[in-house]
Each structure stands twice: as structure tokens, then as C-alpha cells.
Design a protein around this ligand. Structure first.
Ligand SMILES: [Ca+2]
Length: 211
């Protein structure tokens, strides 16, 4: 077998296109650099495979199953789907972290496509430090605070808890904690590396709506 001209070339598509250095298999002995090239390519393949197999559920907040006042649906051209849900600002606006003034909520029913550990993210808009959270309850688990970060007056993603979910239907409830809190979308993903930046494409196949 003639291996004199046997060459392994590895290219990566992109814009501009890039290609990794061709490695001759016959004209010299493998060295440390070849190991690095192999490790980099292998890492890229493993990351791609993990992302491709990740489960992701994206729900528009206006596609709730049930809505209880004072949680309300509202319209906005800068919200995904041109709509969101919120606890409207009160007069006067709440100024403490005390008990919420009512139990308004938006309840969602979602089909989790596969059993796994999920990161929950919410695309939110907070009024101020006294309007920057919801209470979050998943199934019959204890409710917890979602949000309380310091980004105000613009839509942004906030990461909540990591939670183990089984394949099948689960209920997720965003409940009043502070007035002036808005929710545009939420997302559950098994890809722990994934950080959303813009509004996400909704996964309608995983959302249960009332008949
Ligand atoms: Ca929305």
C-alpha cells in the first residue's frame, strides 16, 4: 500500500471558510500538534452532538392554560408574539418585599419531551427593584422566587432554577409577587451551556392549550 501521498485534511465551513492544517500521515512522525488538532476537532464534534440532542421547550407567556387576575395579558410590538403577561403596576407601586397583594397567576401546561435536568429561563421586563420577580411553582413542588436581578426597564433573559423533570405533562405557574413584573416567554432546556439572547422560536408541539 502506497502511503507516500496519504494526507488527512480537515476543514471547517464558515464565513470566511477556514481549514485546519493538512497533516501528512507518512512523511513524518505524529507530534504533539497533531494531538491538539485531534482534541479540538473531537471537542467540536462532541459539543455539536450534545446541542443537537438537547431538549428545548419554548413557551410564549400569552399561551397560558389558565390566567387568574391580577395577572393579565397585554400587547407590545417589542414583545415576542406581540404579547406578554404581567402584574400591572399598582397605585401606589409596591415598595416592600412583603406578601403579594393577590394570588394572580398564569398557569402553563407543557409536554416535556424527555426525562432530564432542565434549566428554566424567563424573558422578563422588570419595572424596578420592587417589581422584579414572580413566584414560580412547578407541579406540586414548593414555590420559589424567580428573578430579583437588577436589570430594569428592558426585556432580558433571567435564569431560574435547574430542575429534574420526567417525560410527560407538567404544570408551571408564574404567580404574583410584585407589581410591574412582565413575562414574555419562558424556556426549559437540557443544554446547560445555552444562554438565550434574543426571543426564541416557540415550540408549539409541547404546549397544551384549553380546548
Ligand atoms: Ca410573548
Amino acid at each position: 500500500m502506497n502511503t507516500a501521498n496519504k494526507t488527512l485534511s480537515i476543514s471547517v465551513s464558515g464565513c470566511p471558510s477556514t481549514s485546519l492544517r493538512a497533516v501528512s500521515l507518512s512523511n513524518r512522525k505524529p507530534d504533539l500538534r497533531d494531538g491538539w488538532v485531534f482534541a479540538i476537532v473531537l471537542s467540536m464534534l462532541l459539543i455539536s452532538a450534545a446541542a443537537a440532542s438537547a431538549a428545548k421547550v419554548v413557551v410564549e407567556a400569552e399561551h397560558y392554560y389558565t390566567l387568574k387576575s391580577s395577572m393579565a395579558k397585554a400587547s407590545s410590538q417589542v414583545a415576542s408574539g406581540s404579547a406578554y403577561v404581567h402584574i400591572p403596576l399598582q397605585q401606589p407601586h409596591g415598595a416592600t418585599e412583603g406578601a403579594p397583594f393577590d394570588t394572580g397567576y398564569a398557569l402553563f401546561k407543557v409536554k416535556i419531551p424527555k426525562t432530564g435536568t432542565y434549566n428554566l429561563w424567563g424573558r422578563v421586563h422588570w419595572y424596578d427593584g420592587c417589581g422584579n420577580s414572580f413566584l414560580l411553582k412547578i407541579d406540586d413542588k414548593p414555590q420559589m422566587v424567580f428573578g430579583n436581578d437588577g436589570t430594569y426597564q428592558r426585556w432580558h433573559w433571567v435564569r431560574g432554577l435547574r430542575i429534574s423533570l420526567t417525560q410527560g405533562v407538567h404544570t408551571i405557574r408564574f404567580q404574583n409577587r410584585e407589581d410591574g413584573a412582565k413575562l414574555d416567554q419562558f424556556m426549559l432546556t437540557t443544554d446547560t451551556r445555552y444562554v438565550p439572547v434574543r426571543a426564541e422560536k416557540e415550540t408549539k408541539q409541547y404546549i397544551i392549550r384549553p380546548k
